[in-house]
Design a protein around this ligand. Structure first.
Ligand SMILES: Nc1ncnc2c1ncn2[C@@H]1O[C@H](COP(=O)(O)OP(=O)(O)O)[C@@H](O)[C@H]1O
Ligand SMILES: [Mg+2]
Length: 251
């Protein structure tokens, strides 16, 4: 097995949006960024990989197992998915119960469930929140609890949809630390971003989606000089001239 995820000639369509001939590989231990503007199809691609949507044509393999309706449960044990909006994946009354849901479904003994929950909450720095209601969390806290629920399943592959969006810089640092440790444990990681910083500094390879098509896929070191990448990836420095008068003074 060389691929954690293999997307093979996949097409998909909503009424007003098409994804055409998508090919993508995530290798074992690789950290790959999926970049693209809002609406380019990043979340749709992730939903296809997870079997939440079904391709019109083509096929998807997770650790050599074809993703079908019949084996979604096995696939979900391999792949942990952090939604763009963490509020979409928290539903138990308390933080502790929420993180325990997945391990319980694996059929683990109560002590093993408890150990996993405590470990996951510790890892995301949220142990002191275990008895809190999931409805009382800030966005950043909800994101960390959602991630705790994901890592409590000990997945070998992590899919993170805009893991840093909406977080302050301390929370971003915390999230980076957590994900870096997981990568060091051998977890393969696919994450979306539209920020050049994370692509340049934090991915081995990058695939760029533009209007439902992959227009670039390759090593990050080659990417930032390529127009197919830079026209789809924001660099906040580019905004500077818009905030200044022609003479260079701030507006
Ligand atoms: N459930 C849906 N039904 C119809 N169109 C959708 C649905 N979800 C997303 N879309 C459309 O598909 C396109 C890609 O969306 P999405 O995958 O969420 O993009 P991204 O995650 O890159 O911002 C957008 O044009 C969006 O409006
Ligand atoms: Mg999205």
């Amino acid at each position: 097995m060389t691929c954690a995820i293999d997307v093979d000639r996949v097409s998909f369509a909503y009424d007003d949006f098409r994804m055409e001939d998508i090919n993508l590989e995530l290798h074992i231990g690789e950290q790959k960024a999926i970049a693209g503007l809002n609406g380019s199809g990043k979340t749709t691609l992730f939903k296809l990989i997870l079997g939440l949507l079904e391709p019109r044509s083509g096929q998807i393999f997770v650790r050599d197992r074809r993703v079908t309706r019949e084996n979604l449960w096995e696939v979900r044990q391999d792949v942990g998915f952090l939604f763009q909006n963490p509020e979409d994946q928290l539903f138990a009354p308390t933080v502790w119960e929420d993180v325990a849901f997945g391990p319980r479904n694996l059929g683990l003994e109560p002590q093993a469930v408890s150990d996993r929950v405590d470990w996951a909450l510790e890892r995301v720095g949220m142990s002191s929140f275990s008895h809190r209601s999931v409805t009382e969390l800030s966005h950043g806290q909800a994101k960390r609890i959602a991630l705790a629920g994901v890592i409590a399943m000990r997945p070998s592959i992590l899919i993170l949809d805009e893991p840093f969006t909406g977080l302050d810089f301390k929370m971003v640092q915390n999230m980076v630390d957590i994900i870096r440790d997981l990568k060091q444990d051998g977890v393969s990681i696919l994450f979306t971003t539209h920020d050049s910083f994370f692509i340049e500094n934090w991915s081995d390879t990058v695939a760029v989606l533009e209007e439902g098509k992959i227009v670039f896929d390759g090593p990050t070191k080659d990417a930032m000089r390529d127009d197919r990448v830079t026209r789809n990836v924001g660099d906040w420095g580019q905004l500077r001239h818009r905030l200044r008068n022609p003479d260079g003074r701030r507006l």
